[in-house]
Design a protein around this ligand. Structure first.
Ligand code: NDP
Length: 296
């Protein structure tokens, strides 16, 4: 079997187009412009690229983008004061603090200062609790993107065996909660899991969020399974820098029914879902109906 390639780039373009359409309607019918504030502290090169891309994508869908670039030595009090200001600003519907923060800043404290309704990354402890108890929340962007692609591919997910490899707070755990919310039978695997290959082989849906290049190989995949590769790993091969996932693509694609490539799979969905979350936050803040198909 050769797997169907789930084209995350095309899927994300479609999500962004839907968001842009909703934004145009909000402007015309309600006089509202959804606004996203992104806070970057310091000079981390990768973070700077992410923030630049987020700004461009936000403008492209017609939203307002508010960028706040702070010096690496910004104090916690200064950062918290900025978050308070953004929390109170009615033009700001979503707030994202780019992680990682410099070492002297307490990420948990900072993230939990964001008003939960504006926490478009879905990392605030209130949103984590709401998701865990099956209530309406802001959902972390990467798992939300994975869920959208899975729903699109499978239709209903109920009853499917899902295995999530990785239990981080930003990907693995929320992914598992979302799959449970869609009535999958969910297993979370991690570094202490015994016989990972056997666990993975039971999965109708296999999500890899590990951070280890090409760790999941074809012999760990159930024939016909859907494989979602969240991993982004920079490696060098044949003297060239390459981006690979947590899944060994060629061997897995030979067995799976469908698979996301790296790059061009989950990655592009993350920013698209950030925009979708900002739109959702704006609708909720103004008592308007949420955009259909763009939330969990
Ligand atoms: P973390 O490092 O926070 O978590 C990795 C998880 O993998 C941990 O739960 C760890 O287990 C588990 N793990 C590590 N080694 C093994 C192993 N040998 N067998 C089984 N499980 C193992 O990573 P993140 O969740 O933040 O990210 C995962 C990957 O996803 C990375 O490649 C990252 O770059 C990528 N990513 C991609 C995004 C996108 O937009 N596409 C967004 C966010 C992340 P334990 O808890 O026991 O240590």
């Amino acid at each position: 079997m050769t797997a169907k390639v789930i084209d995350g780039k095309a899927f994300a373009a479609n999500v962004r187009a839907q968001v842009a359409e909703h934004v145009a309607r909000l402007k015309e019918e309600n006089g509202l412009t959804p606004g996203l504030a992104v806070v970057l502290v310091g000079e981390d090169p990768a973070s700077k690229v992410y923030v630049k891309n987020k700004h461009a994508s936000t403008i492209e869908v017609g939203m307002a983008s508010f960028e706040h670039r702070l010096e690496a030595n910004t104090s916690e009090a200064e950062l918290l004061a900025l978050i308070d200001q953004l929390n109170a600003d009615p033009a700001v519907h979503g707030i994202l603090v780019q992680l990682p923060l410099p070492g002297h800043l307490n990420s948990e404290l900072v993230i939990n200062r964001i008003a939960p309704a504006k926490d478009v990354d879905g990392f605030h402890i209130s949103n984590v609790g709401l998701l865990g108890t099956g209530q309406k929340s802001m959902v972390p962007c990467t798992p939300l993107g994975c869920l959208m692609m899975l729903r699109d591919h499978h239709g209903k997910l109920a009853g499917l065996n899902a295995v999530v490899v990785g239990r981080s707070n930003i990907v693995g755990k929320p992914m598992a909660q979302l799959l449970l919310g869609d009535s999958c039978t969910v297993t979370i695997a991690h570094s202490r899991t015994k016989d990972l290959a056997e666990v993975c082989k039971r999965a109708d849906i296999l999500v890899a969020a590990v951070g280890r290049p090409e760790m999941i190989t074809g012999d760990m995949v159930k024939p016909g399974a859907t494989v979602i590769d969240v991993g982004i790993n920079r490696i060098e091969r044949d003297g060239k820098a390459r981006l690979v996932g947590d899944v060994h693509y060629d061997s897995a694609a030979a067995v799976a029914g469908a698979i996301t490539p790296v790059p061009g799979g989950v990655g592009p969905m993350t920013i698209a879902c950030l925009l979708a979350n900002t739109l959702t936050a704006c609708c909720r803040a103004n008592g308007l109906a949420e955009p259909e198909g763009l939330t969990a």
